[in-house]
Write a protein that binds this ligand. Structure first.
Ligand code: MN
Ligand code: MN
Length: 459
């Protein structure tokens, strides 16, 4: 055998992609950029996905409905997570093909009593969500998204700071002239979570005899705009996120800079793939989960029984036991991985770390300190995926979450595997993961879409 046959060779997607597919990847990424700009939160992502799915004939699944080949169903988990399924020709007892991504992303959540004034300015208190490097979240434009739930059962939607005509919000930082003491602190100590207060106003309501007039002015504006009083903010979920739009990055426009590639690059790949799916052999399931960035706990996280509930309802329709369905199922835990960064090569082992433009990154395991807390996919499952990807022309690479003992992390993979479902991690390699503005390669996004299509069995 020649060296070429003997050796494994990673492939740069540019070296193997056809002109036709290159065009298709551009088209695909235009859809992805629109998704990024319209969906800054988990709720917005779910709303967007439901609207697209309904246009393609998906209907809400209610217990007792039939589940025949080609039927398309969805179920929303409190508007914050979404499960979609296209029923296959084979019985659910033979298992389903699942792709699971998450639609929550690191951000600054408002506290329940957020509004206060200090030094003649009005501010919001925040509690950050997910793993952030706090210094990255100051002096960038922030928009505010979410809902305010009122006592009468109605909710008010909030989305302000995205439109060019909207105001934006911001966390201030110290001028370098007075930053001597700050500069001596470590990166982690220089900014405390409690100091990430968002500046939201600076004009008073009424004359100098009034108290709390800066806070008062903001409350008056909120009342006029949203019909709320301060107490209503207690039952609100308001998320401050970067107000940046997704943009082409690089002279060659080969990359996309945006907030929330983790994990919307995989969520969109799954959504686009399930919308393409018509009567597959095995039932195709798409999961857009919430709370991944904080451990997948809670009713809308991947540890929630909402998933079993949906799957069991479908199984009941076919007279199948859920546990038989699960043990024959496969799950692609579609989440981003870290791309090798030329500015920080010391944290990666370059033979095994995913690189930009080498396709979908497969991770056998994640975890930390000797793979702890990880789904460690079996050799057989990796072989199966290699075969599936080869048959469907998916360019892929192996990845790992940094050098041994450098750190680590996790995804929803272990929660799927704990259900007796064969699971493996794979997704888009990302630069500056969890930063307000992350970077991905367009070709990797497209290959991830192809990868999910391959799992669903679409040629
Ligand atoms: Mn993720
Ligand atoms: Mn993440």
């Amino acid at each position: 055998m020649s060296k070429n046959e003997l050796f494994y060779q990673q492939k740069h997607v540019s070296d193997v992609i056809s002109d036709e597919e290159l065009k298709a990847s551009e088209e695909y990424c235009r859809g992805y950029v629109e998704f990024l700009d319209r969906c800054k939160t988990e709720r917005e992502s779910v709303d967007y996905a439901v609207a697209l799915a309904e246009k393609r004939g998906f209907v809400q699944y209610k217990y007792g409905m039939e589940a025949r080949p080609g039927d398309k169903f969805y179920r929303s988990v409190r508007g914050k997570a979404l499960m979609l399924a296209v029923i296959g020709k084979k019985s659910l007892s033979e298992g389903v093909n699942i792709a699971g991504a998450h639609v929550d992303a690191p951000r600054l959540d408002l506290k329940q009593l957020p509004l206060y004034e200090d030094s003649n300015m009005a501010l919001f208190k925040t509690h950050y969500y997910g793993g952030i490097k706090k210094y990255q979240w100051v002096t960038i434009p922030l928009s505010l998204h979410g809902v305010i739930a009122k006592k009468d059962g109605t909710t008010v939607s909030v989305a302000i700071g995205e439109d060019e005509a909207d105001p934006i919000f911001l966390v201030t930082d110290l001028l370098p002239h007075l930053g001597g003491d700050q500069g001596k602190k470590t990166l982690n100590d220089a900014f405390s979570g409690e100091d990430l207060n968002i500046l939201i106003g600076s004009r008073p309501l009424g004359g100098t005899e009034e108290s709390d007039r800066f806070k008062g002015n903001i409350m008056k504006i909120l009342n006029e705009k949203y019909g709320i009083c301060e107490e209503d903010l207690i039952s609100a979920e308001l998320e401050a996120v970067p107000a940046f739009k997704a943009r082409d990055l690089g002279f060659d426009r080969s990359m996309i800079g945006a907030y929330g590639h983790d994990d919307r690059s995989c969520a969109y790949a799954e959504l686009a793939a399930i919308l393409d799916t018509e009567a597959p052999e095995k039932t195709a399931v798409c999961l857009l989960s919430d709370k991944e960035e904080v451990g997948s706990d809670g009713v809308s996280g991947m540890q929630s029984a909402a998933f079993e509930c949906f799957m069991e309802d479908l199984c009941d329709a076919q007279g199948v036991k859920l546990r038989h369905c699960f043990e024959n199922s496969f799950c692609l835990s579609a989440d981003v991985c870290n791309a090798l960064d030329p500015n920080f090569p010391e944290v990666s082992e370059k033979r095994n770390n995913a690189k930009l433009n080498y396709g979908m990154g497969i991770l056998k395991f994640t975890g930390a300190r000797g793979k702890s807390g990880s789904n460690d996919a079996s050799a057989e499952i990796i072989a199966m995926l290699r075969n599936t990807f080869a048959e469907h022309g998916v360019t892929w690479q192996m990845g790992e979450l940094g050098k041994v003992d450098q750190g680590g992390g996790g995804t929803i993979a272990k929660y799927m595997a704990n259900r007796n479902i064969d699971t493996i991690d794979a997704g888009v390699p990302v630069l500056s993961m969890h930063a307000p503005y992350e970077v991905v390669s367009k070709l990797d996004c497209y290959m991830t879409y192809k990868g999910v299509r391959a799992v669903y069995g679409i040629k």
